[in-house]
Design a protein around this ligand. Structure first.
Ligand code: ZN
Length: 242
């Protein structure tokens, strides 16, 4: 079974199209979207439609549920809130309805999927530390845990003897008895200094986890953000990826 998992598209259709071309090439068994399909970027409707068409599991991010009107934006910073207001004005009623149908946690085979912590998905906690990862590992039993939300990709391995550790790089050869927490990074607004779309591929049969990066038309996405009247910082950060 091969899982192709991505997150945090954020209305960036230029990046999403490139990632889905990779999925065409790789022909995985499952395509999973971990949410935040909208917010920040200029093409929310196009991204919702593509995710609906291509992803067989669709999880909700905080921006998705805010755009669907299911939560308020008190926890959003000023730029994120401006972007959500723009998104609410721009999304079509059918898109809004689809956003409202996304799941908060899904399990499939040896995997559990969520935007933030699968132990408390609607708390929207940003998972940055090993302590936080350990809490999630203790509260779940699946072998593979996939999350997004921070826009920073990474893999944590956990086994009984060695505890948890952050793996160097973006590849893991799965070892027997280990469990893995994978942050798949962001398609449409990476924040790890690499201005390329991110996704993860789990080949459960071969026992490999890969996080891969795909270049896309950053300038095209920036121009659309600017001409939509969205905050300039949202265009700028696509290039710096910070
Ligand atoms: Zn996000």
């Amino acid at each position: 079974m091969r899982y192709f998992v991505f997150s945090d598209v954020h209305g960036n259709v230029e990046a999403l199209e490139r990632v889905l071309e990779e999925a065409d090439r790789l022909r995985p068994d499952f395509i999973v979207s971990l949410g935040d399909v909208v917010g920040y970027g200029a093409n929310p409707n196009e991204c919702v439609a593509l995710v609906q068409e291509r992803a067989s599991l669709r999880l909700a991010g905080n921006h998705d549920v805010a755009a669907a009107g299911l939560i308020d934006t008190d926890s959003f910073n000023e730029t994120a809130e401006r972007a959500i207001r723009w998104t609410c004005r721009t999304i079509s009623p059918p898109s809004r309805e689809l956003l409202g149908e996304y799941d908060t946690v899904r399990r499939h085979g040896d995997c559990v999927f969520a935007h933030a912590s699968p132990a408390a998905p609607m708390d929207w906690e940003y998972i940055y530390t090993l302590n936080q990862a350990n809490t999630i590992l203790a509260k779940t039993s699946e072998r593979y845990i996939f999350i997004g939300h921070t826009h920073v990709p990474g893999i944590i391995a956990h086994d009984g003897a060695r505890g948890s550790r952050v793996l160097r790089g973006t590849f893991a050869a799965v070892s027997p008895g280990s469990r893995y927490l994978v942050n798949v990074g962001s398609v449409g607004q990476p924040r790890d200094g690499v201005a390329a779309a991110s996704y993860a591929l789990l080949d459960a049969h071969k026992g490999t986890i890969n996080i891969r990066r795909i270049p896309y038309d950053v300038r095209g996405a920036q121009e659309k953000i600017r001409s939509a009247g969205l905050p300039e910082s949202l265009a700028a950060r696509l290039a710096t990826a910070r």
